[in-house]
Design a protein around this ligand. Sequence first.
Ligand code: NOJ
Length: 542
Amino acid sequence: MSKQLAEKPLWWQTGVIYQIYPLSFADSNGDGYGDLPGILGKLDYLKWLGVTALWISPIHPSPLADYGYDVSDYKGIHPSFGTMEDFDRLLAACHQRGLKLILDFVPNHTSDQHPWFLESRSSRDNPKRNWYIWKNPGHHGEPPNNWLSVFGGRAWTWDETTKQYYCHSFLKEQPDLDWRNPEVQEAMLDVMRFWLAKGVDGFRVDALWHVRKDEQFRDNPLDPEYVEGEMSPYHQLIPAYSGGRPELHEIVGLMRQVTQEFRERVLIGEMYLPVEELVRYYGHESDSGIHLPYNFQLILLPWQAMDIFAGINTYEASLPAFAWPNWVLGNHDKPRVASRVGPEQAKIAALLLLTLRGTPTMYYGDEIGMEDVNVSDEEAHDPVAKAFPGIRLGRDPERTPMQWSAEPNAGFSTGEPWLPLAADYEEANVERQKQDAGSLLAFYRQLLELRHKEPALQIGRYLPAGQRRNVFAFVREHDETTLLIAVNLGGTRARLEIPRHMDVVGEVILGTDPARVGGKVREYVELGPNEGLIARVHPSEE
Ligand code: NOJ
């Protein structure tokens, strides 16, 4: 058992996180944008569903160049989302219901409208000049190095007034802070303290990997695997020097210390990294590093039994003994799970997310199988869609309004929603699925209920139990309880032998096909197309 579990497991280890994209969750005032009172009105739904914690994407004042990930006041609330009183009410209402609230913390960059940047760009000798990364041009006026912005073009923008370039890993409206500067560190750690002191239960730290750059600002090497026209131009270079530098661990350590000044808060890091690199951000022991460096494998791996099974096992094998695993199925930056794996596999994806070892993160609307909505170029809002027309990189399709009911605008708003609704919302919505025992929503709810009841699913060991063609199985084990989880990622019937040494008989306790519940499992599991199940197993007595 891991060190972190020597005592009672913490809420963020046994709990389930639900990500809310606040612009699209629930609109209380009919302006077409979701808001904090809207979220408050849906807490009973979230409680009913059975999640533990809400992570809300940024809600601070922002010109919304990147829809909130360009913050202009870290200690305020964007008027479109409500007021600080609305926030306090929401936090109190969450806590009253036993729900936790996690905020998005955006440390790498501010908005170019943040007073810090306005000062910084006003003159070379302004005291805030070195809060951001300013560099002289090359001999021919070119940018200081070859770094690219994730959102297209160079990572450097020329400032005519002060005749220097500033660095931005994302939009030019999102200048990068210089975290080498102790004043920046102090100011940003103070932001964390402000929200933690209010009672916020933790942070999802945005773009953490970008926070520390190379001391010498060396050029990034070319990436030989880049495919023009298919991949974002950012991938022309391997970002070896523009992020993930060794000094990043020091910054993580500072954030962790602040988090630990308060009780039971969680620090989650957004970093898209290969597993071996990712796990380094757990730090060296249980009180250093990030609690949960986000593990995006279920989003990134091909939806094939062999790849997913190998991905799970590699991750399990790479984790340091003290580290707590986590799994993410969707977010506001990637195509929706139902669109990635197909609606027929949506229950399988849910089953995996909620039975693998570690903290799961769900994305709003995935519980009803919301799919990517086709957003035309004219309707597009996301700056990424505008930067790369023609390549499907825009993120509006996975950010469309939550489908609550068959009412106008899916019950999301009485006004015109800021993004188009799914055409099928009259069928695919919460209200309808609540009444259908076979729906995806009902399945999510059953899974969440089982997970909360079964220590084996919360804190049990993980053991692989075999893979063949489209099927794989694993076991979760705690004290006397052994659960076998088997999934078929394909569309044809399949059978998997249970390894002989496991020598089990068992009974199905939950399945994508309710008719299987109560059925026996012995020596092998037989699965229909797109079928998955959980069986409670015992050593065979024969
Ligand atoms: C990652 C966020 O998830 C994404 O939405 C945002 O655009 C970038 N970081 C920049 O903050």
